[in-house]
Design a protein around this ligand. Structure first.
Ligand code: NAI
Length: 250
């Protein structure tokens, strides 16, 4: 029988109580990984998602923990090592939006988005790298966005945070490639989750028209790419940004 792709591996995924993070956790759990995930939803939502992941048979731990809080992430990493004894894959997925046109954007909205989307990646990458160096291997997957490549009116803070993630991803790939640590980003297009469901119907229609594959993406579309990047199938791929966007940005 063929071994499952992530059998014996431990993955830490930020922001995985729902949406894209949860879909990634499901794919990884189905591929045999033990899962640690964080979130800032309700405890109940976190536990429900954790329970569903346990059905795949692996170990699952859930922490209600702010990925943007540097010391909280350090504590989290100690917990992961204590409980699982290892870490193989880090997925930085936690993210928020605070959309507004630049002229109306307040300082709090700017700071909050940069903090949660970008600084969180610095926190987790730094903490995980210590473990990866000891193990002499590791995989980092950062969830960016096509908006971080092309920009988007009304999302200057979000686009800047996602462009920042791409810069971080590539720098880490350059710094740590010689240590057998791979670092890649996924840039999703327009994916059906809570984050996009509040958009005006007209705006959704505009988006859809611009997508060559003529549909919005599903969280699973992103998760399949994450599984590929997490597994040894992608062992010669680092420093890349892979668009999962139905062709919307070519
Ligand atoms: P979502 O809002 O459905 O889920 C976000 C998750 O992050 C939740 O589990 C939430 O509890 C958690 N979270 C929020 N702030 C956190 C923090 N400070 N610390 C820890 N966890 C935190 O969002 P969705 O749509 O699943 O997005 C996931 C990622 O994908 C985000 O980084 C987002 O920017 C990115 N993305 C989403 C796209 C879309 O169309 N939905 C397109 C491109 C990128």
């Amino acid at each position: 029988m063929e071994m499952k792709q992530l059998q014996g591996k431990t993955a830490l995924i930020t922001g995985a109580s729902r949406g894209i993070g949860y879909a990634i956790a499901r794919q990884f759990a189905a591929a045999g990984a033990d899962i640690v995930f964080t979130h800032l939803s309700s405890d109940e939502q976190g536990q429900t998602s954790a329970e569903a992941l346990r059905a795949f048979g692996g170990k699952v731990s859930v922490y209600r923990s702010d990925a943007a809080d540097f010391s909280a992430v350090e504590v989290l990493m100690q917990e992961v090592v204590r409980e699982f004894g290892r870490l193989d894959v880090l997925v930085n997925n936690a993210g928020i939006t605070r959309d507004n046109l630049l002229l109306r954007m307040d300082e709090q909205s700017w700071d909050a988005v940069i903090r949660v989307n970008l600084k969180s990646c610095f926190n987790t990458v730094k903490a995980a790298t210590r473990v990866f160096l000891k193990q002499r291997s590791g995989v980092i997957i950062n969830i960016a966005s096509v908006v971080g490549i092309k920009g988007n009116a009304g999302q200057a803070n979000y686009a800047a945070s996602k462009a920042g993630i791409i810069g971080l991803t590539k720098s880490v790939a350059l710094e740590l490639g010689s240590r057998n640590i791979r670092s890649n980003a996924i840039a999703p297009g327009f994916i059906e989750t809570a984050m996009t469901q509040d958009l005006a119907e007209a705006s959704i229609q505009d988006w859809k028209q611009a997508i060559p594959l003529q549909r919005m993406g599903l969280p699973e579309d992103v998760a399949h790419c994450a599984l590929f990047l997490a597994s040894d199938t992608s062992s010669y791929i680092t420093g890349q940004v892979i668009q999962v966007d139905g062709g919307v940005l070519t």
